[in-house]
Design a protein around this ligand. Sequence first.
Ligand SMILES: C[S@@+](CC[C@H](N)C(=O)[O-])C[C@H]1O[C@@H](n2cnc3c(N)ncnc32)[C@H](O)[C@@H]1O
Length: 218
Amino acid sequence: MTDPTPAPSTGLEPEPPSAAAVFGDRLDVARTFTENLARHGEELGLIGPLELPRLWSRHVVNSGLVAPLLRPGRVGDVGSGAGLPGLVLAIARPDVHLTLIEPMERRVAWLERQVAELALGNVDVVRARAEEVKLKGRLDQVTARAVSALRTLIPITAPLLRPGGELVLMKGSGVDGEIGAAEKAIRKFRLSDVEVVVLGEGIVDDVTRVFRARVPSE
Ligand SMILES: C[S@@+](CC[C@H](N)C(=O)[O-])C[C@H]1O[C@@H](n2cnc3c(N)ncnc32)[C@H](O)[C@@H]1O
């Protein structure tokens, strides 16, 4: 069992016990990423100053909880920003290939630096908006977090999926209202198996909610 690291002088939240439960033998890599983000995230405009005291629980562990929903294959993360959840998922699931899709140059540079520093062989970073990225119909699953409401997020993420592919979109407690407002998009893209998966019960205080749905197989 690995000892939790003490909080460094950055103001970073001490590592919670849930980190070991979520990252297992990948905890050291998750730790390096979290410390890098704590050290440089604010100056690079990736996280706000208020996020450091909750960086582990609200951002890193919260993103890592999605890892068991991924299947071996090619997953795209739309609007990765600081690497949430895409880079965190690549750390937790070395058996899955992650493509991080992010339009902002400074964020792309950060993501590329982290991929190199953490020696992640299962990640590529593409500088593009989801609407323009040349990945239409290619991905097995698409993730996203804090990019936009479902009624605008579904139309830019569903076209990236191969037939039978799956959306795995992280959402807050207002997800049911978002689903109601996205009815037209859900119909237009003929999504099936629509469900809200609640992750982290018994592991974290703030559970993570995921909107999961499938595009047609043919
Ligand atoms: C609020 S940030 C969230 C970043 C990260 N997912 C997180 O949870 O911390 C939204 C991110 O989505 C990106 N973004 C916005 N519109 C996008 C689009 N159409 N396609 C791809 N990325 C987009 C932005 O550049 C930004 O990095």
